[in-house]
Ligand binder design. Structure first.
Ligand code: PNS
Length: 162
């Protein structure tokens, strides 16, 4: 049986924690589709093309990984692509409640099962939001995001500085 899974997210921007989950998930499935949500609630720092390009850049060493954008319901994307498995990283108990709700809803409305990977402990505190906050105030984020992302973050935040 060929197992295709989707790893969805906002990826604004992709962090080392995301890369870790993508690497580990891709080693256990035949094909992994990393699906970047086009319309994230609040205005993203990076537009969808930039987010997809950054995820592509940092997962280029993984031959069975495809990166794409999606809009609307994740279950519709899964149905269109013939995918019945979602993979998500679980960092801490605080993630659990919302992830549980989403997993149950996706199972109910789309017959798609969610498999959780616990994040590596070194990344359990990491989130795109915190990375952006640290970078915005001039902090060093090079331990938290791949070099390509550090460069784009610096560039983007400089553009925003009056
Ligand atoms: O990286 P994030 O922001 O935690 O990712 C959240 C994401 C993109 C996985 C979630 O918001 C999502 O699947 N959005 C698509 C809309 C949808 O299907 N909503 C119903 C979920 S039950």
């Amino acid at each position: 049986m060929t197992v295709i899974a989707v790893c969805p997210g906002s990826f604004d921007p992709v962090t080392n924690g995301h890369v870790d989950v993508i690497e580990r998930a891709s080693s256990r499935v035949d094909r992994l589709i990393v699906a970047c949500l086009r319309n994230v609630g609040k205005a993203p720092l990076f537009d969808i093309d930039e987010r997809v390009a950054l995820v592509e850049a940092v997962t280029g060493h993984l031959p069975n990984v495809e990166v794409t954008a999606f809009s609307g319901l994740l279950v519709d994307f899964c149905r269109d692509r013939g995918v019945r498995v979602i993979v998500k990283g679980l960092r801490a108990v605080s993630d659990f409640e919302y992830e549980l709700q989403m997993a149950q809803m996706n199972s109910r409305i789309g017959d798609v099962e969610t498999f959780f990977l616990t994040t590596s402990p070194v990344y359990s505190f990491l989130s795109s939001s915190l990375v952006k906050e640290v970078a915005r105030f001039g902090g060093d984020v090079s331990d938290f995001v791949p070099p390509a992302v550090v460069a784009r973050l610096t560039e983007r935040l400089q553009q925003r500085t009056p």
